[in-house]
Design a protein around this ligand. Structure first.
Ligand SMILES: [Zn+2]
Length: 411
């Protein structure tokens, strides 16, 4: 049996004074166990790596001091050996590691004669650890319905298969970095997608996410998604609305919303501080939110929208008068100002929705029902090095102000 893993050999127990020099760097390795070809009663573990192709053999029977499995669910364990006094610090896929240890336990802990015979003879030929990290499914016949995707997959592409639903086995791919599900018929995604720990690129173009109800966008609010997502493509999804969660994707660098039916964007879109490439081609936008003035972009593409500067010249101030806000609004402002974490597990869902739908003044202060509005004309060249436009670079912005002072400062 073989396990493809990363192993760090800690030999510091052999010379306790030299703790640092005894620890090897983690190496991509193959750990196999079986009977030695010429000594069939001797059972050993064979550790091979690209740097040590002959490998190191460790006797197993009576030679394992302890197996530390406290972090086995994270795919980590340590095998402490008596002779030589090495600790093998192993990291691998959690399920594969568990089954590897289970087989060792079955064969040796019972120490019965019969299981030993069942242990295969060790094939000492060098086994290069071949880790499949890319998986491209282009036809339904290739789809691994029964065997599933390799656990080591980092790049998964399931394109143009007319899939109507999201395959939940993708949620088991903890190493997944990029996922391309374009040209399918997916209408909603599971909330667990937002917890995939390494997902950085997500392409969902040419699906039907515009038909999904607001609650099925919760995946976009997942903790890992907010922290790690760098590229998001939601083009050609018949979207009429974008959830405000999108403004919380702090690592997002490229956002494509091309060819949808959007007439407005969330007010917090300008809080995407990492955003560099922003594409809004062919939508129904007549204005952009005032917060876009905070962006620092390399490219913005707003061509094919219905911006109509006619009639928006100068500044138009709403007759809406600023009143004394209610207590809910004051408390909600304090929560957002202090960046307190909130969620349905701590406060009622109605309040979560209320907080998520906050509007933002140019000064960064959140506003709810009590605010001032105005429309200003803004030259997009002030926020982007390259602008792709159908017409005038001056675009109407819908601005929100938390106070008379902020509005006065702007005009
Ligand atoms: Zn303000």
């Amino acid at each position: 049996m073989r396990l493809i893993c990363t192993v760090k050999v800690d030999a510091s127990r052999m010379c306790p004074g030299a703790i640092r020099t005894g620890i090897q760097r983690p190496r991509a390795s193959t750990l196999s166990f079986g009977r030695r070809p010429n000594h069939k009663d001797e059972i050993c573990l064979l550790l091979q790596s690209a740097q040590d192709t002959k490998g190191m053999r460790y006797n197993v029977v009576g030679n394992i001091v302890h197996i530390f499995t406290k972090f086995i669910n994270e795919g980590k364990c340590t095998i402490r050996l008596k002779e030589p006094a090495h600790d093998l610090i192993i990291q691998a896929d959690a399920l594969l590691l568990k089954s590897f240890l289970r087989v060792i336990k079955l064969a040796f802990v019972k120490n019965s004669f019969e299981p030993v015979l069942k242990v295969p003879v060790l094939n000492e030929k060098y086994f290069r650890p071949k880790i499949q990290t890319k998986c491209f499914v282009t036809t339904n016949a290739e789809y691994p319905t029964l065997q599933g995707f390799p656990r080591t997959t980092q790049h998964l592409s399931i394109v143009d298969l007319q899939k109507k639903s999201f395959d939940r086995q993708i949620l088991r791919l903890n190493q997944l970095r990029s996922l391309d599900l374009s040209k399918n018929c997916i209408r909603s995604l599971p909330v667990e997608l937002g917890s995939l720990p390494n997902l950085a690129e997500l392409c969902l173009a040419e699906n039907q996410l515009g038909k999904s109800p607001p609650k099925s966008w919760a995946w976009l609010n997942g903790h890992a998604m907010k922290k790690n997502l760098i590229t998001l493509d939601l083009g050609r999804n018949e979207l009429r609305w974008i959830p405000p969660y999108i403004g919380k994707l702090i690592a997002l660098r490229t956002l494509s919303l091309n060819h949808n039916l959007l007439s407005s964007l969330p007010f917090n879109i300008g809080f995407l501080s990492s955003l560099r490439f922003f594409s809004l081609q062919e939508n129904l936008l007549d204005m952009l939110p005032g917060s876009v003035q905070r962006l620092h972009l390399e490219t913005i593409d707003v061509s094919g929208n219905t911006f109509n500067p006619q009639g928006f010249e100068g500044c138009k101030i709403d007759p809406y008068k600023l009143d004394v806000p209610d207590l809910v609004e004051i408390a909600a402002k304090a929560v957002l100002r202090s960046r307190l974490r909130y969620g349905p597990e701590t406060i009622p869902r109605g309040l979560v929705k209320y907080l998520d739908e906050a509007l933002y003044c140019e000064c960064g202060e959140a506003c709810f029902n009590y605010h001032l509005r105005s429309i200003i004309m803004f030259d997009l060249r002030a926020i982007a090095e390259k602008c792709v436009l159908s017409m005038d670079p001056r675009i109407p912005l819908r601005c929100i102000f938390c106070s008379e002072r902020c509005r006065y400062r702007r005009h």
